[in-house]
Design a protein around this ligand. Sequence first.
Ligand code: GDP
Ligand code: IMO
Ligand code: MG
Length: 433
Amino acid sequence: MQKSKIDVILGIQWGDEGKGKIVDVLASRYDIIARFQGGPNAGHTIKFGGSTHVLHTIPSGIFHEGKVNVIGNGVLVDARIFCQETAELRLAGIEPRQRMKISDKAHLILPTHRLLDAALEARKGAKKIGSTVKGIGPAYTDKTARCGLRMGDIFSPNFNGKYNGLKAEHVLQLKQYGFNLEAATIDGMPWKQYEEKWLEGIEELRGFEVVSTEFYLDRAMREGKRILAEGAQGTLLDVDFGSYPFVTSSSTTTSGVCVGLGVPPSAIGKVYGIFKAYCTRVGSGPFPTELHNETGELLRQKGHEFGATTGRARRTGWLDLPALRYTLMINGVTDLVMMKSDVMDGFESICVAESYRLDGKPVEGYPDTESAERVEPVYASMPGWKTPISSARSYDSLPQEFKAYVEYIVRNTGLDIKMISVGPDREETIVNA
Ligand code: GDP
Ligand code: IMO
Ligand code: MG
């Protein structure tokens, strides 16, 4: 039998594009759904049957019976947050142990990683990244510094010794920063109490199947199993290609799938690039098409643009083609998926940035972070659609102006839009448009 390929779903803007929804929609076509990077900085929202679920660490295929969800080696796991997610799933009648495997090489986020994240952000002052403060930066730092703790370590007879050793290093660093450990809290509780819950979470994690998922995935591919890799964050937050330093600490791109799951580049099949019909960003950093007016506020209110992880208001703006062309190139996107078009229902007109100018000259390629703060987008404007689109289930039934918007994006990216999401619910989706 021919080895199967891994299809990829990833965000091609600044995160929160709607990856969770689309992974859930597509999960029925796959046998395995695997997260390859990021950690609980992610918030992936899924709506069906009148209920809403937000996942942070657990892959978005978890609601489908008979599917295997994999937390890959590239993912970071916070035992406490993981435990909260599993408790919520059980309340929804799902036993995650039967549907999930975790890589023995996935790194752990310690409570003190979260304190370090907070301390480092505070030291940055006005230059802060706007991190979700989930410990992502410090935990990936320890991974590359070769002193992190991994899932495999939780089964070591000396786990407590290893944990206390790394914690002591962190405490030392925190003291050097003059951080007030006595008064420190995490998620609204004294950090020592958080630590207790975190250690309970480690016990919960021990009940899961922790294996070398790279071998599991290789065998699955040889057996012809269909695999979907689920990205977190978005390409413009990638540690290399995002607006550094206002980025996350992982590779959010297609290449990240290979290192984050232990699969070869030749295993990559389709790459679904997910984008909103407009743009949002949460946290600091350049956002060329950002709107600081009532249209921006309208997008925020109608799109409920408040973070699924932190509740922070998301910055909003028009669709940005130079940024999209860049992220399509980096990822080798084969199929586009457009989200949240319904949010612009009733808009008189819609703008799209076609190019940038800097100091009066056209910008080639994609600008560096400092230039991206100063570029002036050159906009095209087109008429909006007046009929609400959320009840549409076929491309043909969509308003003419909306189809013109879709066709404009297809022309300007050279890629087909394979799915259009017209509302947050699983059902509110037009497939193979
Ligand atoms: P993710 O991080 O990429 O999975 O996206 P988030 O879950 O953080 O944010 C997407 C938000 O938009 C969630 O609240 C979704 O329920 C919602 N959503 C997804 N698709 C649509 C859509 O087509 N229309 C509307 N109005 N909301 C959507
Ligand atoms: P999902 O998977 C949107 C942003 C933060 C901050 C920067 C660094 O839901 O799309 P970090 O916590 O990683 O140190 O934060 O990245 N960020 C996200 N923005 N969606 C996300 O995930 C994000 N994860 C991190 O706001 O600007
Ligand atoms: Mg999100």
